[in-house]
Structure formats: structure tokens, C-alpha cells
Design a protein around this ligand. Structure first.
Ligand SMILES: Nc1ncnc2c1ncn2[C@@H]1O[C@H](COP(=O)(O)OP(=O)(O)OP(=O)(O)O)[C@@H](O)[C@H]1O
Length: 288
């Protein structure tokens, strides 16, 4: 099956400065992919290139099928009512499921006669998401869909996305700063840092492929984290005489290490702390 999103040696720059460089990744169809990284990492740039709003300076990015994109600032007309917003969407799009949109808004208790500007932030996020889903996309790209939402609204937005993914073949790429919000929903992880791709892969495989090692600091001094040969050290930290390493691979461990699997948050933090580390599958025929 063709991937839903595929970038090969993608480079994007604004005037002279590169916002993305050497970005090669592929997101399989049917996945819910989390795009994470610090401010300025290039997340919005990658999404804009994927949906065709920006032209790459180098390489390519391809998507499979119809794409719907919800931008970070959720561009809705505040003076339109919800019903008028739906009419507008229907007129602008050939592929449009009005009934699904009405059903979703009714289930969410969002009044059709209310002006969009009078809705809460969470309700506006739901209207933007409803409009995007009404277009029945194959790929849904959401730039920070959870920003400025309270925990309940964040949960509701994620639930809406999950319900749609369960109901039909849909691939989702969504960016966020809050990794804990993504843990239950996403099954693919993409980490960008300083315009470079650090991680792209199945979340379960990534978690199974890494270990957190805690032990005496002197153990961390040898090659490949001392008594942990057979693994690459992603990040290392010390507190007094204790060292904590996050390693990738299956090490032969010194018995003085205590080993456990990382959580998603820990894994992401380990990579972000060490921009030179990367966990990327080898992609055939593309320049990194
Ligand atoms: N229109 C623009 N003109 C010039 N530079 C830009 C423009 N948009 C983004 N950049 C720069 O490109 C880099 C990547 O920005 P981008 O918005 O893609 O990051 P991001 O990961 O989405 O950040 P955030 O989490 O803050 O939204 C940053 O250094 C940013 O300053």
C-alpha cells in the first residue's frame, strides 16, 4: 500500500534560512501520526509543504488522495453562524458530507444559529474539525488542534478524531506540544528538531526498541554507556552519583543497571535533549 504521506530529502527555506532540511519520512495509510518538536522546529512548515501551501526548495513531499488541512489559527468567519459556515463549506467543496457534519455538531451540542465568534475556543476547534471531516479527506492534517483548549476540550477533540478513524480509512497528521495528549490516540511518531527529522516510526516499536537505564554514574562512563554495549545512547543525565540513560537497541546489560521501558514523553524528551540522535528507518533511494 502506498504511504499516505511521503517526504524525500525535503528542504524548505524562507528567504535565506532553512526551516527544514534533509527530511525523509513516510507515514503509512490509516495511521494517526503525532508531529512533535519545540517551537520553530519546522512542524508548520512540514505541514504547509505537505498540503501544497509551500514549495520545497529541495526534494519532494507527496500525499495520497484528498487532503483536508486545519491551520493553527482555525480560519473561521466569526460573523457567520455555524449553519452559514456549513453552507459555505458545502459550496466550496465537491466532496462534502453535510449529514455527517450536522450529526456531529448536534452530538456535540453546538447550536447551528450561534455566530462562530460567540462559540468557546473548544467549540470553534470542533467546528473547524467538523468542516475538515465533512470533506471526507483521505489525509487530515491538523496544526496544533489542541492549542488553547482546556483538558476536557482536548479530550473531546481527540475523541472526535478517533471516532472518525475508527469509522473509515483515514490518515491523520497532527502537531502538538503536549505529548501526553497524544499517547492514547496516536500510533505513529514524528519528531522534528531545529528543522531536522529526528524520529519517524511506529510508537509501539519505538517504545519497545528503547530502554531507560538507571544506575551508578561510573557505569555510564565506558563506551556505549559502559555496561550497556550493543545499544546507542540517545541521552544521558546525572544527578549526583546516579546516571540515567535512554538507549536504543537491545543491550547486554551490566546487572547494576535497572532497566525499564520509557514512556512516550520520556522518549520524545530524550531525543529533543540530544539533537544529534536519530531513530529513522532506512529509506531506499532517498538522500537524507
Ligand atoms: N513566513 C516565514 N518567514 C520566515 N521565516 C519563517 C516563516 N515561517 C516560519 N519561519 C521560520 O522557520 C522555522 C520553522 O518554523 P515553523 O513555524 O515551521 O516551526 P513550528 O515547529 O511549527 O513552531 P511552533 O511550534 O512555534 O509553531 C522557524 O525558525 C521560523 O522562525
Amino acid at each position: 500500500m502506498r504511504p499516505a504521506l511521503e517526504a524525500a530529502g525535503l528542504g524548505v527555506r524562507y528567504r535565506r534560512s532553512w526551516a527544514l532540511r534533509g527530511c525523509s519520512l513516510s507515514v503509512p495509510a490509516g495511521r494517526v501520526a503525532a508531529l512533535v518538536g519545540p517551537n520553530g522546529a519546522g512542524k508548520t512548515t512540514l505541514m504547509h509543504a505537505a498540503v501544497g501551501l509551500l514549495r520545497p526548495a529541495l526534494g519532494s513531499v507527496r500525499v495520497q488522495g484528498e487532503v483536508a488541512f486545519v491551520a493553527q489559527d482555525k480560519p473561521l468567519y466569526e460573523s457567520f453562524t455555524v449553519a452559514e459556515t456549513l453552507v459555505f463549506g458545502r459550496r466550496m467543496n465537491n466532496r462534502w458530507d453535510d449529514q455527517a457534519a450536522l450529526d456531529r455538531l448536534s452530538a456535540l451540542g453546538i447550536p447551528l444559529d450561534r455566530k462562530v465568534g460567540r462559540l468557546s475556543g473548544g467549540q470553534q476547534a470542533q467546528v473547524a474539525l467538523t468542516l475538515a471531516l465533512a470533506r471526507q479527506p483521505d489525509l487530515l492534517v491538523l496544526d496544533e488542534p489542541l492549542a488553547n483548549l482546556d483538558p476536557l476540550a482536548r479530550h473531546d477533540v481527540m475523541r472526535t478524531i478517533m471516532a472518525e478513524v475508527a469509522a473509515r480509512e483515514l490518515t491523520v497528521l497532527l502537531s502538538s506540544h503536549v505529548v501526553s495528549d497524544l499517547e492514547e490516540t496516536c500510533d505513529w511518531l514524528v519528531v522534528l528538531n531545529g528543522g531536522r527529522l529526528q524520529v519517524s516510526g511506529d510508537i509501539e516499536d519505538l517504545l519497545e526498541g528503547h530502554l531507560v537505564l538507571a544506575g551508578p554514574a561510573e557505569l555510564a562512563d565506558g563506551p556505549a554507556g559502559g555496561g550497556s554495549s550493543g545499544a546507542a545512547v540517545v541521552s544521558a543525565s546525572r544527578t549526583g552519583r546516579q546516571a540515567v540513560l535512554v538507549v536504543r537497541g537491545t543491550p547486554v546489560l551490566d546487572p547494576r543497571w535497572q532497566a525499564r521501558r520509557p514512556g512516550l514523553d520520556e522518549l520524545v524528551m530524550a531525543y529533543l535533549r540530544s539533537p544529534e540522535s536519530a531513530a529513522l528507518p532506512a529509506l531506499a533511494g532517498v538522500g537524507a
